[in-house]
Design a protein around this ligand. Structure first.
Ligand SMILES: C[S@@+](CC[C@H](N)C(=O)[O-])C[C@H]1O[C@@H](n2cnc3c(N)ncnc32)[C@H](O)[C@@H]1O
Length: 232
């Protein structure tokens, strides 16, 4: 087990923070993320897996959950924010995917009922517990032979922006914060893979990546860390 967890950030990424984030539209704009493309890491890392059950941990307005549901997965989308989940449910209904996805309001740093999933995926969720404790907890939700896909903000990276979109927020698929992320909301490749170094896991993919996305009139550069592990 890795004992060098990165310190918590100075922000409180608590329930009130995320509710106000989504109540404000999620991005500071009014589309609440619904037109954004799926995270490129999900098709790249999970696109060849046989559909089963999946948990999208910190699903926001549900873009990745709906992508999986549309490809035959039975999906649980879980998030702290009721506002985000309501938007996700509206999108599922509009897409005719009601029967393939359930929405659960939960604090995933504590949530657990003994239930496990074939795939647990998380994209840019950063709770106030700190990243590595969160990822370790998610590992406990993965079924035997199941997969955990972690996409986060890279520790030591910084997200930049150009354009003029006002104060940056945590947009879907990037959480593109124009001013970068506090350290406690980031994780290093070594920190994440260290959590899964034991015999119970195989590390199948681990890399850093920089990519650009456009949010409204802002160009954001994201510094990502991506880890895919498989439980024995
Ligand atoms: C930056 S958003 C990313 C949303 C989505 N995964 C995406 O990529 O568009 C982070 C999400 O994690 C959720 N979240 C943060 N802490 C959480 C916690 N403790 N339990 C469940 N969800 C949490 C927030 O409500 C928010 O929707």
């Amino acid at each position: 087990m890795n004992t060098h967890h990165e310190p918590a950030g100075t922000h409180d990424f608590d329930h009130a923070y995320w509710e106000s984030h989504w109540a404000a539209g999620g991005t500071g704009e009014d589309d609440a993320g619904q037109d954004l493309p799926v995270s490129p890491y999900l098709p790249a890392e999970a696109g060849s897996l046989a559909p089963g059950t999946a948990l999208d941990a910190g699903c926001g307005v549900g873009t990745e959950a709906l992508w999986l549901a549309d490809r035959g997965w039975q999906v649980t989308g879980a998030d702290l924010s009721a506002t985000a989940l309501a938007q996700a449910a509206r999108r599922a209904h509009a897409a005719g995917l009601d029967d393939r996805v359930e929405w659960v309001e939960a604090d995933l740093t504590r949530w657990g009922s003994g239930r496990t999933w074939d795939l647990v995926a998380t994209h840019y969720a950063h709770p106030d517990s700190g990243q590595l404790d969160f990822y370790e907890h998610l590992g406990g939700l993965v079924a035997p032979a199941g997969t955990l896909l972690i996409v986060g903000h890279r520790h030591g990276g910084h997200s930049g922006h150009s354009g003029h979109g006002g104060p940056a927020g945590h947009g879907s698929h990037g959480g593109g914060s124009g001013g970068g992320h506090p350290e406690g909301a980031t994780a290093s490749l070594e920190g994440i893979t260290g959590l899964f170094a034991g015999p119970a896991w195989s590390v199948e993919a681990a890399y850093e990546n920089e990519r650009s996305i456009q949010r409204g009139d802002r160009d954001l550069t994201l510094q990502d860390v991506v880890v895919r592990v498989r439980r024995s």
